[in-house]
Ligand binder design. Structure first.
Ligand SMILES: [Cu+2]
Length: 475
């Protein structure tokens, strides 16, 4: 699927070298692929711009007991004894160095979800690094190319390790952060507790594998069922939400509030939009710009409404104290998000078929193109090979009735269509929810060379085989 003309090839090379295109002179109108590449120019930086500052953090993963979920002692696995793990905050241009020690009874790795980084730092066992054995240390070091809300979690036995509490947020602040009154993070998780109020000890059950993964009976925000955000009238808050659940999708409802969606999966939108109705699947993040310019006696209760008939309470917002002046600035936005209106005219490069079958070590296998990922210890065969700097349209054909939030490592994409109906999302994603029997078209331009994982972020589906690798070759 190479571009048909020499002009397009030159354009691709130019897009990567200089972001300069000069293909108008030939007289032939640009093809949809050429136009798509031109639209991608300047969408986001191709290289990290390092300031030379290194920010070092120590992270230790180990079993512990924490007063979590309404304060009773919950046995978890945690980073630095906290669930969610410590919040890592750096600024764009700084280098993150994490000295990681594994004190778990199992091997593990850390994956930096959504961060465009060198392949060797991506945390995929055997593919990008050997797993970190119990007692071992591994140093992750990279300079993010993008500012935004990201997160980190293990990529080994993740249906168990993430569920036990191993996850944390990585915030890469803009070089000049917008002057919000406050920057607040809500990490949403969904826990399955047994009758003793401890984690249900069996993982990857047949029920969870046959459905949409492990859905729990307690939903927490920042580890609590009663999280309260206290704000003063006039404050303008940047609220960062992460869904760290194994399987549950949440649709936070901000209706009635002065709220704008400014970023998805860490990346700013072309312009802010109304936030309600966004399906926050496992792995997804959204950033909300909230202004509280009225006094409200009653707490504002925030619900999620993925199932309209069964809303779940997430957290409360309480307005109190003396009013403050509202910071006055335009919501941050991304200058260039390609429209790719003609993206559907570019021939589809590959259609991934998503399905399940009986068999395999867990009794059920989740497959991509008829293959269940055979375990990280095997030498991998890429499910797809792409070339850096090319425009691709890919399709997910969900032949099953279950949900599959598909996550791509190392690259961002734009949703083009659901069931053939164009969808004009003004933002990039790293994870898109594919509903039962749905066909989803995405478009992307791979920017980073390497062997990148693509998998379902319902962690039980991933564990049962719904993973593959996409190799991106140098242009
Ligand atoms: Cu899935």
């Amino acid at each position: 699927m190479l571009p048909s003309s020499g002009c397009a090839r030159a354009l691709v090379a130019a897009a990567f070298l200089l972001f300069h295109s000069s293909c108008q002179s030939g007289g032939t109108p640009p093809t949809p692929r050429e136009r798509a590449l031109r639209e991608f120019e300047g969408a986001y930086p191709l290289e990290a711009r390092s300031l030379g500052t290194v920010r070092t953090f120590d992270l230790v993963a180990e079993p512990t007991e924490v007063p979590l979920i309404d304060g009773h002692a919950l046995r978890v696995w945690a980073y630095n004894g906290q669930v969610p793990g410590p919040r890592l905050r750096i600024r764009l241009g700084e280098t993150l160095r994490v000295r990681f020690t594994n004190r778990l009874p199992q091997e593990t790795t850390i994956h930096w979800h959504g961060v465009r980084l060198p392949n060797a730092m991506d945390g995929v066992p055997h593919a990008t690094q050997p797993p970190v054995q119990p007692g071992e240390t591994f140093v992750y070091e990279f300079t993010p190319k993008d500012a935004g809300t990201f997160w980190f979690h293990p990529h080994v036995r993740s249906s168990e390790q993430v569920e036990r509490g191993l996850y944390g947020v990585l915030i890469v602040e803009d070089a000049k952060p917008p002057p919000y009154s406050r920057d607040v993070v809500w990490v949403i998780d969904d826990w399955l507790l047994d009758e003793t109020r401890q984690l249900f000890p069996r993982f990857n059950t047949r029920h969870d594998l046959a459905h949409d993964g492990r859905w729990g009976n307690v939903i927490t925000v920042n580890g609590r069922t009663d999280e309260v955000l206290r704000v003063r009238p006039g404050e303008r808050v940047r609220l960062r939400l992460l869904n760290a659940s194994n399987g549950r999708v949440v649709t936070p409802d901000f209706s009635g509030l002065q709220a704008k969606l400014i970023a998805v999966d860490g990346m700013y939108l072309r312009a802010p939009i109304e936030p309600s109705g966004f399906e926050l699947a496992p792995g997804n993040r959204v950033d909300i710009d909230l202004t509280f310019n009225q006094l409200s006696a009653a707490p504002l209760r925030i619900f999620e409404r993925f199932f309209a008939r069964q809303p779940n309470h997430l957290a409360d917002i309480v307005l109190e104290g003396e009013p403050v002046d509202t910071p006055d600035f335009g919501s941050p936005a991304r200058a260039r998000v390609p429209v790719w209106r003609e993206g559907l005219e570019v021939p589809e490069h590959h259609a991934f078929r998503l399905n399940a079958r009986g068999g395999g070590p867990l009794g059920i296998e989740w497959t991509i193109d008829g293959k269940a990922f055979a375990g990280h210890s095997h030498a991998h065969e890429p499910g797809l090979t792409l070339r850096q700097g090319q425009f691709y349209r890919l399709r997910y054909v969900n032949e099953s009735a279950r949900l599959h939030p598909i996550h791509l490592h190392g690259m961002f994409f734009r949703l083009l269509a659901r069931n053939g109906v164009p969808v004009e999302e003004s933002f990039f994603r790293d994870t898109v929810l594919v509903h039962g029997r749905e066909e989803v078209d995405i478009a992307l331009v791979p920017t980073d060379v390497g062997s990148w994982m693509m998998h379902c972020h319902i962690l039980e589906h991933a564990e049962a085989g719904m993973m593959t690798m996409i190799d991106v070759e140098k242009e």
